[in-house]
Write a protein that binds this ligand. Structure first.
Ligand code: C5P
Length: 255
């Protein structure tokens, strides 16, 4: 499907940041009847369960964004990327800061393994700067560019290698969309719904109590308006007193 035709539910990627296959399965079974098809399996769940979590999502008709953010020498990243292709994931990512050679080798591995196993190649996207980082964290790492410039620089680098898109916050999405064009995928975490209903607003409280580590946040509608194609949402749904209500509010906000 062309990305401009995606429905609100298809734009949502629910982060399965839980600790077991059973818990992940419960979320998938709860949310698929609402039209949600994309689920993110990240470092915590994958380290706990291995491929079983991915298989569970597939068994229930969902598609997986494997969020393992590869960052290693080119040969190792390529090996991991090929293994992810064999898992049949829909989308996967790596850190752009792993370098051009790593991105090139991983992309080649994705294409070759998909070809060899006769699968559709998963989308390979690059992480620019984590949405949990702020300007001062870049300086702390010895990086001299402003956050916006660094994100844009990395996005263009990823595009020049041939990656399908990037992960960035909604705060930089407009600039990236302008610089990288319509086809380039923008996936934004750090989504914080402020919809007026109590359940969805759990996060304003979380933010105030600094329980929330995300720094560059936006509401679903803000992210979409800024040019995001897919929105990654975890705790606002997983930790809500009424998750269904929160998902409904997010989907409404995206209409
Ligand atoms: O709970 P929350 O909505 O903040 O979850 C966001 C998810 O997106 C987490 O699983 C986090 O690991 C992931 N992520 C992110 N920033 C990135 C890439 C992935 O927050 N740059």
């Amino acid at each position: 499907m062309k990305k401009e035709n995606l429905t609100p539910a298809q734009r949502l990627i629910v982060a399965l940041d839980v600790n077991s296959v059973e818990e992940a399965a419960r979320w998938v079974k709860t949310l698929t009847p609402m039209g949600v098809t994309h689920f993110k399996v990240g470092l915590g769940l994958f380290t706990q369960t291995g491929p079983a979590a991915v298989e569970e999502v597939h068994k229930n008709g969902g598609q997986v964004f494997l969020d393992l953010k590869f960052h290693d020498i080119p040969a190792t990243a390529a090996r991991a990327a090929a293994a992810a292709v064999r898992l049949g994931v829909w989308m996967m990512n790596l850190h752009i800061q792993g370098g051009s050679a790593m991105m090139r080798r991983a992309l080649a591995a994705v294409r070759e393994e998909a070809d060899r196993t006769r699968r559709k190649p998963p989308m390979l996207i690059g992480v620019t700067v984590l949405t949990s980082m702020a300007e001062k964290d870049l300086a702390d790492l010895g990086l001299r560019k402003t956050l916006k410039d660094q994100v844009l620089y990395l996005a263009k680098l990823a595009q020049s290698i041939g990656l399908n898109g990037i992960v960035a916050s909604a705060k930089e999405a407009t600039t990236i969309r302008w610089a990288c064009g319509e086809e380039f995928l923008i996936v934004t975490p750090g989504i914080r719904p402020t919809t007026g209903d109590k359940a969805a607003n759990f996060l304003s409280g979380a933010k105030a109590s600094s329980a929330d580590d995300q720094q560059r946040t936006a509401t679903p509608r803000e992210a979409l308006k800024a040019g995001a194609d897919y929105l990654v949402v975890g705790r606002p749904i997983l930790e809500a007193s009424d998750p269904i209500l929160v998902v409904q509010a997010i989907l409404k906000d995206l209409e």
